[in-house]
Structures are given as structure tokens and as C-alpha cells.
Design a protein around this ligand. Sequence first.
Ligand code: GUN
Ligand code: ZN
Length: 429
Amino acid sequence: MQLFRASIAHFPKQTTQFDNDIAIFKDGGLLVNDNEIKDIGEFHVIAERYPAATVSDFSGKWILPGLIDSHLHYPQTQSIAHYGEQLLSWLENYTFPTEMQFENSAHATTIANVFLNQLLRNGTTTGFVFTTVHKESCHALFSAASDIDMAIVAGKVCMDRNCPRELRDNAETAQADSAQLIETWHNKGRSRYALTPRFAPTSTEAQLAALGELAEQYSDVFIQTHLSENLDEIAWVKSLFPQADGYLDVYDKYNLVRERSVFGHGIHLTPTEWARLGESGATIAFCPTSNLFLGSGLFDMTAARANNVHVAMATDVGAGTTFNMFKTYGDAYKVSQLRNEPISPLEGFYLMTQGAAVAHALDHEIGNLNPGSTADFIVVEPRFDELTRLRIKEDVEFDDVFFALSILGDDRAIDQTWINGTCRYKKED
Ligand code: GUN
Ligand code: ZN
């Protein structure tokens, strides 16, 4: 048994909407046995309860749940940060050429490992990940993640039109390959599968129907795609699907809007779409760095709350500009300031931990430090350089620490990342 001593913060409750009910132990103790959290509380209480436990003392640092990134693209690790485009030309000029390289499975494995290293050094312990159209790229990611017992949700991208020929599957192969990947990876160890039509414009109705059949057959798989990110994209969807009653309805027709559906962006939704998302139990992945980078727009968190829509924070690398979830909240805050409705630091923290876990129905395992959850946690050093030592005093409240790090921090604030009870990343001194 290991007992970790540090300041500790997490949201313990299974709330579907944010409230301020965070648990904070300034001098806390986290008891871990094997790969599971066994107890949490004031250090002296836990220490008395488990006198035989080995103590690791991180006093002055914070232990937090491992962070959840609810939407990103591992192939785009190598194409992050290209100048001057909006969504559709960015896809054509940078994204598709990059993804073609993943036909080579050795390349896919190389990038999968770089990608996982980037997650670990930024404190992210679960990602909802798009791979490429090549099923081997999906195997490469699941293999690399399962080597370190990481709880990953991923899927092979499906697209059978409006993209380079080399990146096209078809309705039948998309269904067969996705089914095979589900059988191989879904609920194996900590891997989970997500049906992954890229977005409506790159799938025919036949392909969406084929994936909808799988969604029915395998009712507990995730579904991930993009929705209403960019105005030109929305106009294009309208022309490609003239019968549909809007963008969301394209997915809805094919049984792709339900619990465990995760839609990237949702920037330009109509009131009807907001209401439908709320009643469906689906989740929007809010990707502020990406929305700013591609000039897509400013996410309407107030509408999400008003319609009881689950929201989870996400980077959307490589349209997103960082793997760091704290910085991602920093941009969410700036987006919300432009809308004159600032998202509080505690809500930001919730959206990358317990709020995301509850949205994805994974809060029995991740997103919190409750006894029974898997030991995925991070050790944060708030005072990692001259400026943060000046700004962040030793005894400040958690929300101020988190906020200051979301503006000033980066991977230097992450000291250690633990996955499944094992330390998988340790910052070099
Ligand atoms: N829409 C369809 N594909 C993509 C993608 O790769 N990134 C983003 N941001 N939007 C998309
Ligand atoms: Zn995306």
C-alpha cells in the first residue's frame, strides 16, 4: 500500500451539471493499493488508518485526478501549428496529406508513442482519440496505450467521399473494419472503442447507415465525430443532405445521437439542436484552442447549461494548439470572457475531470479520486519557475492555483503522471 501526502482536490460527486462541491484536503492523504484508490482524506486520518503504508511525501504540491481530453487526433501530432487557414482548406492542405502517411503502420506506431508521451507530460491520462482511415493506425494506438494500461477511447476514422482517394474506405469496409476493431479492442483491458465517422461531409448516407447499425448492435461503444464547427462546413452539409433538418439531424437519422456520442465543437447550433442534444444525453467536446486557431467561433456554454447538455473539455490537437488541458481551460476562459460570461476555474477543472467522466459514464473508473476508482492521478508543482513562485503563494486556494496555471502554466507544472497505479511520467529535474 502506498500513501501519497500532498494537497488534494477533486470532485467526488456524480453530478451531471457543475456545482461548486469540490473536495479539498490541504494536507491530504491518498491511499493506493495496487492499481486502485482505496482511501482519501486528511493525511493524519489516513496515516493512522493504514500505519503499514509506505508514505510518498509531496507536501507543497497538488495531487489531482488524471486529466481527460475528450477529443483529439493522434495523427495530427505532427501537423499541429500551420498558419492561416479555416477548417475546410486546413483539412485539405495539411490534415489529409499528413493522415496519408499512416498507411505505413511503422510510422503510425512511432507517432502513437510521441502522442502518448505528450499526453503523459501534460497530465492527461485519458483521451478520446481519432486515428486515421487505416485500421492499422487504430491498432497502433490501442497497442501503445495498452502497453501502459492507459484508459483510451479511440476509433478508426470512416470516410468514403470528399477526401483524397487514398483516404477513402466505403460503407462495407468501414462497417467490417470497425466491427473487427470493436471485437479486438472494446472493453479489452482499459481500451474502449468509438465509432468514428470523421464528419457528415466525408460520409455517404450508406456509410452513416452502416455505422448506425453498429451503434445499435454494440450499444455500449462510443461514437465520436464533428458537428457545426464552421459556417462553410454547415452550408456544405446542407447542400449534401438537403432532406435533413439541420446538421445534427444527419447523425440523428442514423442512430448516432445518443448517450456516449461525443460531438466535437458545436459552435453554431440552433435552438432545436441544443434541445435535442440535451434530451439525447450526448456530449459536446468544447475545444477552445482549436476554435480560436481555425477562427471557427466562440462556444456558447450558457446555451449548453440551459439545455442540460453534457460538456467536456478537449484540445482537438492538431487544430488545437496545445496538449495541455490547463492551458486549454485558459483559452476557454478567454472565449467565455469575449461572450461576457466567464467560466470559473472550478468549472474548468470539472470539465476535464469528473464532469467529463460523468458525461462519458466512466466516473466509476476515472475523473475523480474516490475509493474504488483506478489510480490515475497527477502530481502538480504550481511553483515551477521564477514567475509562478512570485505569483502563486504557498498557501493559496485551489481555484487560484488552477487559474494561474491555466494562464502561466505548461508541462513544467506536471511533476508526475500515474496511470493504473504506476508512475508513467516523471519530470526531469
Ligand atoms: N472536421 C472534420 N475533420 C476535422 C479535423 O480533423 N479537425 C477539426 N478541427 N475539424 C474537423
Ligand atoms: Zn477534431
